[in-house]
Design a protein around this ligand. Structure first.
Ligand code: AMP
Length: 212
């Protein structure tokens, strides 16, 4: 089953995506993680993506479509996957639709995380991520050890600085919000959930929306 997670930055897609992946026994694919890994490794993909990411802009569709297709064709994702932040523009939604049609895989659900802007800004300003496994944390400070004990340290993402956050919100409104309209018009199984609450509450809402 393919599940698309939609929602603004800071809505909890990454955290809930991890939880859903465990619950549903599906892998999670996050283009943001793939891109950060490429930046860290200094690959051509990383070199191309870095400036866009640091500014809070979207990486070009062609780059994302390449990552998306490679991931969908990978044997470990044959049963399906949870797509976290993978679809952020209408051309990307169209590209995913075409790729799924080619593979004969249905779109299981589009899970839309609903959250107000004020809540996003306060969440992101308190966010750190592990520089090894990318898991996000709130209530910890840069330099803390990752709870997964993978040797990673918590860092603040460059695009979590206030200017980039504002840019990412603007980009979300201009380019990603229309994706929700597009999926709705296409008759896709869109489920909107309230993304404000404890981790457990939001997870329960997500599972209920998915009929679990
Ligand atoms: P995220 O970790 O999902 O917040 O993504 C971090 C950054 O990676 C975004 O702000 C974009 O610059 C880039 N990115 C990740 N996924 C996409 C996508 N589907 N389309 C375009 N840019 C993306």
């Amino acid at each position: 089953m393919i599940i698309v997670l939609l929602g603004p930055p800071g809505a909890g897609k990454g955290t809930q995506g991890e939880r859903l992946a465990l619950r549903l026994g599906l892998p999670k694919i996050a283009t943001g993680d793939v891109l950060r890994g490429a930046v860290k490794a200094g690959t051509p993909l990383g070199l191309e993506a870095k400036a866009f990411m640091d500014r809070g802009d979207l990486v070009p569709d062609a780059v994302i479509l390449g990552i998306m297709k490679e991931a969908l064709n990978a044997p470990e994702n044959a049963r399906g996957a949870i797509l976290d932040g993978v679809v952020r523009t209408v051309p990307q939604a169209e590209g995913l639709q075409a790729a799924l049609a080619e593979l004969g895989k249905p779109l299981g659900a589009v899970l839309n995380f609903d959250i107000a802007d004020g809540e996003i800004v306060s969440r992101i300003s308190g966010r750190t991520v592990c520089d090894a496994c990318q898991v996000p944390y709130s209530g910890k400070v840069p330099g803390d050890e990752c709870e997964k004990h993978d040797g990673g340290r918590l860092v603040r993402r460059k695009d979590d600085e206030p200017e980039a956050v504002q840019r990412r919100l603007d980009v979300y409104r201009a380019q990603t919000a229309p994706v929700l309209t597009w999926y709705t018009a296409a008759g896709a199984p869109v489920k909107t959930i309230d993304a404000v609450g404890t981790l457990e509450q939001v997870e329960a809402r997500a599972l209920a929306a998915l009929g679990r």
